[in-house]
Design a protein around this ligand. Structure first.
Ligand SMILES: [Zn+2]
Length: 303
């Protein structure tokens, strides 16, 4: 069995995954419990050891999906936009190999989610797939002719940080008008709070109240248009056969997925729309762990 670890900004998920991508026992723990005074890597190692003790299995390898820019060759976190103290520079691959004495690999969590969906999820068997994950930010991944688009250092597919508005809002990455600043769930929350004067909103609250709240409906429509505008450009760049939408809000078929599908299919040039499907992702919170294992298998078999 392969120990899969999905490191997010607030929690780490752990699970046993077999070579067919099937997930067994799993667990999760906070990594931000003391505002990162305990470095994420320390918490992750502690939780991984505890998980292996509590759910013993023969350990073949460790597969890590991690937030931030992860250089895939070395398994090192080389960028986080300064969001998480003490995390940048962590060599996850070396850390796991030293601690568990088995082959280990790491990649970015949005790329892992895409590989998971292409392994046993909604995009299983497809070869040209684009995925965006909508949440606090926007994660992205691109599958080109069956291969993860990795780029020079393995950090390609950062679809949240191309410019949608030249003079737009300032992004945590330091640039203005990034796609993430308009397409993330955070952006929807910000718009709805600004219009309504309410505070403490979340994507879940907005969607549950939207049927009775015309103001929320308007803001959702504007947000969906922004998501579609960015995706339309990406369709022209990558000519995918499927676009997958991940993240908690992707369960909103009627208010998000269906209108987004209409807008993208009618917004792009006709030949690009032929055979193009836009769907919600299917593996939910397990996608990163399953995709990390797909990546692990590819690396070990490709040697
Ligand atoms: Zn940015």
């Amino acid at each position: 069995m392969i120990l899969a670890i999905d490191i997010g900004g607030t929690e780490v998920k752990l699970g046993w995954v077999n070579r067919r991508g099937q997930i067994g026992e799993k667990s999760s723990a906070s990594v931000s419990f003391d505002s990162y005074r305990t470095p994420i890597s320390e918490t992750v190692l502690l939780e991984a050891s505890r998980f292996c003790r509590e759910h013993p299995q023969p350990l073949e390898g460790v597969a890590v999906s991690a937030c931030g820019q992860v250089e895939t060759r070395t398994g090192t976190v080389i960028g986080t936009n300064g969001k998480i103290p003490g995390y940048e520079g962590t060599c996850l691959k070396a850390l796991m190999e030293k601690s568990f004495q088995v082959p280990s690999w790491a990649l970015n969590d949005a790329n892992a989610a895409l590989l998971g969906e292409c392994f046993i999820g909604r995009a299983a068997g497809l070869r040209d797939v684009l995925m965006i994950t909508l949440g606090t930010g926007v994660g992205g991944g691109v599958l080109v002719q069956g291969q993860l688009l990795s780029g020079h250092r393995g950090i390609a597919g950062e679809l949240g940080h191309f410019s949608l508005r030249a003079d737009g809002v300032l992004c945590p990455c330091g640039k203005r008008g990034c796609y993430e600043s308009y397409a993330s769930t955070t952006s929807l929350v910000r718009r709805c709070e600004a219009r309504s004067g309410l505070t403490g909103l979340t994507g879940r609250i907005i969607f549950s109240q939207a049927p009775q709240n015309p103001l929320f409906q308007e803001e959702i429509a504007a947000w969906v248009q922004d998501i579609a505008d960015g995706l339309t450009g990406l369709v022209h760049l990558f000519n995918p056969e499927m676009i997958l939408i991940g993240g908690g809000v992707s369960r909103q078929e009627e208010m998000l997925i269906a209108p987004l599908r209409r807008k993208v299919l009618t917004g792009c040039m006709p030949r690009f729309a032929e055979g193009l499907r836009l769907e919600s992702a299917s593996l939910g919170n397990d996608a990163g762990m399953i995709g990390a294992v797909r990546f692990w298998l590819d690396q070990e078999q490709g040697r």
